[in-house]
Design a protein around this ligand. Structure first.
Ligand SMILES: NC(=O)c1ccc[n+]([C@@H]2O[C@H](COP(=O)([O-])OP(=O)(O)OC[C@H]3O[C@@H](n4cnc5c(N)ncnc54)[C@H](OP(=O)(O)O)[C@@H]3O)[C@@H](O)[C@H]2O)c1
Length: 286
């Protein structure tokens, strides 16, 4: 989700099917085969794609979100392909939900934690729906920290584990009219980078995935329809590159070229200039 878009797709960064992608998919199978992976936000968009990608790598899945019909449909699909799958219905707005998810999986060794659930809200900060503002902080930040705090100790103890935290290219710049969302995503990216360093000697890998505009329900839920003109990357490609980066133990993955450009530009251009232009470009029409 970005407001400055270059819409450049480069084969250098999208890594199409090739000898190297075949090598990596066998590498992912070697690493993730028969390991339990917990995916939050597995009922839509990037979460569904991440769950499918991990299942294709041989992982066993715990799928969680609020919409049980969606989770059961995905679980049936993955079971039909031979995967072992468990579903846990939970609303991450509820501060006790991470503990409930942890307890529901206490009999399993969860080696892979995918903190993907998230939402945004587009519009002026002084008019924004308060429940959705606070929900972004709870789901995108609080629940992510809570789940990581619950699942990480066993990973560190076992000397093995993989944590993926879905941040965003939005984390590279303050975003007028997406103020809370961008702030939650920089929280996610910084948390991932710091914890990755802390646990690096234990064998646990922490990766921040920073997608740009991606096909999902995100823009409907954030009511950002009027910004939806830009080209979007498929959730499948984002998930494929995210899982590959996780398997390699990369600290950060920006899965497309325009996102990488934004990360560089926002490093070079003063924040005040960025916010000035973004405010003009993103200002709601009515
Ligand atoms: N799409 C983009 O352009 C884009 C770009 C950068 C980063 N991202 C990030 O990617 C992640 C996935 O988003 P998406 O694009 O796939 O959006 P999406 O299609 O709207 O999916 C969001 C997922 O989060 C779950 N979720 C939302 N609120 C929840 C709650 N209170 N409790 C439990 N689960 C909740 C939803 O499940 P239920 O509604 O069933 O609970 C759904 O599975 C988010 O962290 C988002 O910030 C998206």
């Amino acid at each position: 989700m970005v407001l400055i878009q270059f819409n450049i797709q480069s084969p250098l960064f999208t890594e199409p099917g090739s000898l190297s992608s075949k090598y990596h998919s066998s590498m992912e199978k070697k690493i993730f085969q028969d390991k339990w992976a917990l995916v939050t936000g597995a009922s839509a968009g990037i979460g569904v794609a991440l769950a499918r990608e991990l299942a294709a790598s041989g992982a066993k899945l715990i799928l969680t979100a609020r919409r049980s019909d969606r989770l059961e449909a995905l679980a049936s699909e993955l079971r039909a392909k031979g995967s072992e799958v468990r579903t846990v219905i939970a609303d991450l707005n509820d501060p006790s939900a991470p503990e409930a998810i942890f307890n529901a999986t206490a009999d399993l060794e969860v080696d892979i934690l995918i903190n993907n659930a998230g939402l945004g809200q587009y519009g002026p900060a002084n008019e924004a729906r308060l429940d959705q503002e606070l929900s972004q902080v709870r789901v995108n930040c609080e629940a992510m920290v809570h789940l990581t705090r619950l699942f990480l100790p066993a990973m560190v103890k076992r000397g093995q584990g993989w944590v993926l935290i879905v941040s965003s290219v939005a984390s590279y710049q303050p975003l007028p009219y997406f103020a809370t969302y961008a702030a939650t995503k920089v929280f996610d990216r910084f948390y991932a980078a710091a914890v990755a360093e802390e646990v690096s000697r234990s064998g646990v890998k922490v990766t921040a995935l920073c997608p740009g505009s991606t096909e999902s329900e995100f823009f409907d839920i954030s009511r950002a329809g009027e910004l939806s003109g830009s080209k979007r990357q498929s959730a499948e490609e984002v998930a494929r590159l995210g899982v590959k980066a996780l398997a390699k133990g990369k600290r950060i993955i920006i899965p497309n070229f325009s996102g990488k450009m934004i990360a560089v530009l926002t490093w070079l251009v003063p924040t005040r200039i960025v916010t000035l232009f973004v405010e003009r470009g993103a200002r709601p029409k009515k």
